[in-house]
Design a protein around this ligand. Structure first.
Ligand code: PLP
Length: 645
């Protein structure tokens, strides 16, 4: 994209506005006077940690980008702020029950995440929610707090039920939530056999539905949960067995990223009525579990747009407490424990994907010839005339003509009436026209839709050293937006309009939708690259769902992962480093045996020597290079990395 003249002094405030960091950063990120993105784990006035400094520290330790950076303080703060908000609503409104948060393991199952949640959650009795045997097995090894809830959702077989019942026996506050009617007889039979009194919950289908990607998670068509008729069957079955006292929890889950608070309120009202109905029927109800849905404001617009939310955490908590309280009071039912299963909002903020830019591809400025040789085809002469006549007054006309003549040249070329050189001249003039129009298009009152998008068509492509499929799968799968911005040079004006391409060989491996407070931007403003200097970007708010959904497309594996913990004085430690997958690792995931692979290649190399393609000493070097690659990272080594350039 052609550079725009710099009219005013650029400064870090303008960068901060441009990328909206204050809108989506939730107080955790800011731009420093030096033009770096800084982490502010203790709020605006607390100490700051500069992300470029963190990257420098990693490079000194021989760890290259891409790196997934986890900031432990943010996780700790997200957990406590959720509890603080609910507790203050409870206090202010005079609610008689308590709040119990649980973290749904599926949102980020990584060991270090679950370990930290169990650790930080202890003082708040923050528990875990599991949806499979594997998640239950992990949870049982980490959840030490016996007052915290352990909610078992998901379809259950006998093994799952037995494990959950053993957990009850061991004193875990474990609740088995019925996902299907058929699970009840199994739970009753096994609890008798194992001599445990089970705590049972029911997951219901609500008729209320929310907008967004996950509309099918709620509503009558949801594949999860019991219909009203099935809930009544459960009641009858429990009554018959004399076990109505076991039914203690009502659960619903409206879907994830509910951006409109009205949807939450509507669903909750319906659920409260069901809860009251269960109490009427004699169940010893204790818990009302609202599932997940608390949204993250990825684009910072504070709207009910898909990537945002039109409410604050305070409003969310106050609304919930107030709604539950008013219905329970009306029915003279004692206030239940309120459980939420916030996953996304708990972990999204705490991970940042840091990656470098490897290269750029852009339309080169080529000189437009002043005259054309004799015999040049007519449409090319016309293109040149268009180029020489561009003015603000005839911009749309020039645009239409340029497209028309370019297509004519292409057609001539196809049928053999113009040469390769002719075509190349035509393309040069065509793109020169487009650039000239792009420079002026902002001054046109009502440009055609095509012409309005002309600047996007001139976007440069920056090659990002990462795989969208591995690190930001939702950006590809459901077009989710994440805030992406440079982590340094923010005291400089970005001069390029850019689309990011990753290093997979997939045309879907790109980012060309970016956050904007009024919709979606097709390009991202970035700085031009400097020779021999790294240019580093961050994709923020990536802590939820991305890691396990990520896949091995093109065999790019897990990135390096680093956790930092910031002290109140602003110093920080690298508390944990996990090396990403090596080439050997990813090959073994797809059933290669790295040793056998090496052996096969050795045979190939030996044959190469025998057949005189290579010398024995060349074989030695080639084998060394092969082995080094096999042990090394799947990502590329960019300029400025310690190991090579
Ligand atoms: C996925 C899921 C959640 C997490 O939802 P978020 O919107 O990420 O908070 C909670 N509960 C259940 C049952 C889920 O399936």
């Amino acid at each position: 994209m052609a550079k725009k003249p710099v009219f005013e002094q650029w400064n870090v405030e303008r960068s901060s506005d441009l990328y909206g960091i204050k809108n989506w950063g939730s107080g955790y990120f800011d731009v420093s006077d030096a033009g770096n993105v800084v982490i502010t784990p203790f709020g605006e006035n607390g100490p700051t940690v500069s992300i470029p400094e963190v990257i420098g520290g990693l490079k000194d330790r021989g760890m290259n980008l891409p790196v997934l950076l986890r900031i432990e303080n943010i996780l700790e703060h997200q957990i406590s702020v959720l509890h603080d908000c609910f507790n203050s609503s409870i206090h202010e409104l005079g609610y008689k029950g308590e709040f119990r948060g649980v973290f749904p393991v599926k949102v980020n199952q990584q060991e270090q995440v679950i370990r930290k949640i169990a650790e930080y959650g202890k003082e708040h009795h923050h528990g875990l929610e599991v949806g499979s045997k594997a998640e239950l097995i992990a949870a049982l090894a980490y959840l030490e707090d016996k007052e915290a809830c352990l909610v078992c959702n998901g379809y259950k077989d006998q093994e799952f039920v037995d494990m959950a019942l053993y957990a009850c026996k061991m004193g875990f506050n474990c609740i088995l939530v019925l996902e299907m009617p058929g699970e009840l007889p199994l739970i009753l039979e096994r609890s008798e056999a194992l001599n445990v009194v089970p705590q049972i919950g029911v997951r219901i289908k609500l008729s209320s539905r929310a907008g967004g990607h996950w509309v099918e998670s709620g509503g009558d068509l949801s594949i999860f949960g019991l219909s009203t008729a099935e809930v009544v069957d459960v009641l009858d079955a429990l009554r018959e067995k004399g076990r109505l006292d076991s039914l203690q929890l009502l659960h619903f889950h409206l879907g994830s990223q509910i951006s409109n608070i009205r949807d939450i309120r509507e669903a909750l009202r319906e659920a409260c009525r069901v809860y009251a109905g269960l109490v009427d029927e004699g169940a010893q109800m204790k818990y009302l579990d609202l599932g997940g849905g608390l949204a993250v404001d990825y684009d910072g617009s504070h709207t009910n747009y898909l990537s945002s939310r039109n409410y604050t955490l305070k409003e969310y908590c106050a609304d919930i407490v107030e709604t539950v309280m008013s219905i329970m009071d009306e029915r003279e039912i004692s206030h239940p424990y309120i459980i939420t299963e916030s996953g996304r909002a708990t972990v999204a903020y705490y991970s940042v994907l840091l990656f470098d830019i490897l290269d750029v591809s852009r339309l080169e400025e080529r000189p437009v010839p002043e005259t054309l040789p004799e015999g040049t085809p007519e449409p090319i002469l016309n293109l040149l005339e268009v180029y020489n006549s561009i003015s603000l007054k005839n911009l749309q006309e020039c645009y239409n003509d340029a497209i028309y003549y370019r297509d004519e040249v292409r057609q001539m070329f196809r049928v053999g009436n113009s040469s390769l050189r002719d075509r190349s001249v035509a393309e040069t003039i065509f793109w020169a026209i487009i650039k000239e129009i792009a420079l002026r298009v902002d001054n046109v009152k009502r440009p055609s839709e095509e012409m309005a998008g002309i600047q996007d068509s001139l976007a440069s492509i920056y090659y990002a050293n990462m795989s969208i499929f591995q690190s930001l799968p939702d950006a590809w799968a459901i077009e989710q937006l994440f805030p992406v911005m440079p982590v340094h040079r923010l005291d400089e004006q970005p001069t390029e309009k850019v689309v990011l391409a990753d290093i997979t060989c997939d045309c879907d491996g790109k980012l060309d939708r970016f956050i904007d407070t009024r919709g979606v931007q097709r390009t991202l403003d970035l700085h031009s690259l400097r020779q021999g200097e790294a240019y580093n970007l961050g994709a923020f708010l990536v802590g939820a769902y991305q890691e396990t959904l990520g896949d091995l497309h093109n065999l790019f594996g897990d990135t390096n992962v680093v956790s930092i913990h910031v002290e109140p004085d602003g110093s920080f430690d690298f508390v944990r480093e996990l090396d990403g997958d090596s080439v050997a690792d990813v090959l073994s995931y797809v059933e290669y045996d790295p040793k056998a692979v090496l052996e096969r290649f050795r045979t190939m190399a030996e044959r190469g020597v025998r057949e005189k393609y290579i010398t024995p000493s060349e074989r030695f070097s080639i084998m060394k290079a092969y082995e080094k690659c096999l042990r090394g990272s799947t990502y590329l080594k960019a300029c400025g990395s310690k190991t090579s350039c």
